[in-house]
Design a protein around this ligand. Structure first.
Ligand SMILES: Cc1cc2nc3c(=O)[nH]c(=O)nc-3n(C[C@H](O)[C@H](O)[C@H](O)COP(=O)(O)OP(=O)(O)OC[C@H]3O[C@@H](n4cnc5c(N)ncnc54)[C@H](O)[C@@H]3O)c2cc1C
Length: 470
């Protein structure tokens, strides 16, 4: 077997690593799992990816354990980029930006952008924001994940409440399939679909079989579609064929399939024109009794995002405050540190709320956003909960940083223990949370664990992260 992996160096121009240190580094992601690969390859370009796929296809019958798994940012929390054979790192070289374009087709003033999958979202966003455009489904891991991983995982995040998930923004994908060729996937009308189905190639076979599968089982698929406020489990067969509009949209199936259909080599995202102004209404809950009422009431005011974190998350953030501030750039060090004084005071006086909720209101002017935030604040009066409207960008940034970065900091600061997201990324409808959360924390507290609970409260999507000695 070693010889097979040794041969990789002859078939690609990029790098091949077989050393223990690299293999170990690629044996984990942000999940619980550890799987040791035999080789890690860094393709230089799409031709290298094609060569890799052909190599594995040729050698597979003599070496059945050979397989390819793509890794990009490696921030997956489910073991998706792990494999005991060959890991294909697209982050190192397949990370170029192609173009960002304003497009009059989109009535909201949006556009589109095309880039390679290994590009970090944070770099991609810089390019789109320079044109006042945004891909809004970025995850909380926006600083460490790439656009390829976002497509493969159907990432969603703080703006999903208003704008939806990555599946709503993929206009076109290029992907290398099992025959080692690169194909373009976009939505097709019925005559384009008919033409594809006539092809005597792997592509033709895929379109024919998929169309048959979906059209023959339409009723079963519709019935099987989960009735949840968010689903990122992948293989959304029910979203591919729109019989009314006669549109066949294969990217809807590829998004969320965690790289199991092929290797994505280029992505074109639809972009929105983001609102210029934003503020946060922060709600501090000392217990969970009124959680459902509060969440449902705030949703009536249509926030652009509605996020939450618990008292444990805040304590982690304060414990590792210097690192957290460093993440935001050294120039913010003192002024941002000072922003946290009220939170330190809460800890000292024993007044830390059980849950922090942050509802973001956006608009075209300062007056519009404060009007919206104040209306929501008044709407909460009858519940007698403590609220606060962020008065400056710095204050807003503070709340966002705790929400986005605390789990990541926890991951990097544990000695002998690891973050164990084994009940992570669950969906519980907001109205059920007051029943669910106390039961959950009762269990966690039985085990003397450090843990954080944070998430997208607006649609009941929570990350529950205990720190454990596995
Ligand atoms: C602190 C933290 C917070 C997070 N918050 C969120 C959140 O709010 N929302 C959310 O959705 N997720 C979240 N995640 C999970 C994860 O970060 C995202 O899903 C992210 O989009 C994954 O991107 P990545 O580049 O790290 O992908 P990787 O981890 O490298 O890969 C993810 C999957 O995509 C596949 N893949 C990657 N590139 C390709 C390609 N070119 N072709 C085919 N398949 C490919 C991999 O094989 C793997 O199955 C979070 C993770 C962490 C650690």
């Amino acid at each position: 077997m070693e010889d097979v992996y040794g041969e990789l160096k002859q078939i690609i121009n990029g790098d091949v690593a077989l050393d223990e240190e690299t293999l170990k580094a690629y044996s984990s992601d942000a999940s619980l799992f550890r799987v040791m690969p035999k080789a890690v390859v860094f393709p230089k370009d799409v031709d290298d990816i094609k060569a890799l796929v052909r190599f594995v296809a040729d050698k597979k019958s003599a070496n059945p354990e050979l397989s390819l798994t793509v890794r990009s940012g490696g921030s997956d929390m489910s073991g998706g980029p792990l494999n005991d054979s060959i890991i294909v790192d697209v982050n190192k070289y397949i990370n170029h930006f192609k173009e960002v374009v304003h497009d009059k087709r989109f009535s909201d003033g949006g556009g589109y952008a095309t880039a390679q999958p290994g590009m970090f979202y944070r770099d991609f966003e810089k390019k789109t924001l320079a044109e006042h455009l945004l891909m809004p489904s970025y995850p909380a891991s926006r600083e460490i994940s790439t656009i390829g991983g976002m497509v493969a995982n159907n990432a969603g995040g703080e703006k999903t409440l208003k704008y939806g998930k990555t599946e709503d923004y993929v206009l076109q994908l290029k992907m290398v399939l099992r025959d080692g060729n690169e194909y373009v996937f976009r939505s097709l009308n019925k005559s384009e679909l008919d033409a594809k189905m006539k092809l005597k190639t792997v592509e033709g076979e895929i379109y024919s079989e998929l169309y048959k599968l979906i059209s023959e089982n339409n009723a079963i698929l519709k019935k099987a579609k989960p009735k949840v406020s968010k689903n990122s489990a992948g293989y959304y067969l029910w979203n591919v064929w729109n019989g009314d509009k006669q549109i066949f949209d294969i990217p809807k199936l590829i998004v969320g399939s965690q790289g199991t259909f092929g290797i994505i080599t280029e992505i074109t995202f639809r972009l929105i024109k983001p609102k210029e102004h934003s503020t946060l209404l922060v709600i501090l809950l000392k217990d969970l009794d009124k959680l459902a009422d509060v969440v449902l009431r705030v949703l009536e005011y249509k926030p652009e995002s509605f996020e939450s974190y618990d008292d444990h998350t805040l304590r982690v953030a304060l414990k590792f405050l210097p690192d957290m501030i460093k993440l935001l750039g050294a120039k913010n060090l003192i002024s941002l540190g000072l922003q946290f004084l009220p939170e330190f005071w809460m800890v000292i006086t024993g007044g830390v709320p059980k849950l922090f909720l942050e509802a973001e209101f956006t608009g075209d002017s300062e007056s519009e956003i404060y009007e919206k935030a104040r209306a929501a604040q008044s709407g909460l009066k009858e519940f007698g909960v403590k609220t606060r409207i962020a008065k400056s960008d710095k204050e807003e940034q503070k709340y966002w940083t705790v929400r986005r970065e605390s789990f990541n900091l926890l991951r990097h600061h544990v000695k002998g223990k690891q973050t164990a997201p084994f009940i992570d990324d669950i969906i519980v409808r907001p109205e059920k949370l007051p029943e669910f959360l106390p039961k959950l924390t009762d269990i966690m507290n039985n085990y003397d664990l450090i843990y954080t609970i944070a998430g997208h409260i607006g649609y009941g999507n929570l990350h529950i992260i205990p720190l454990m000695d596995i």
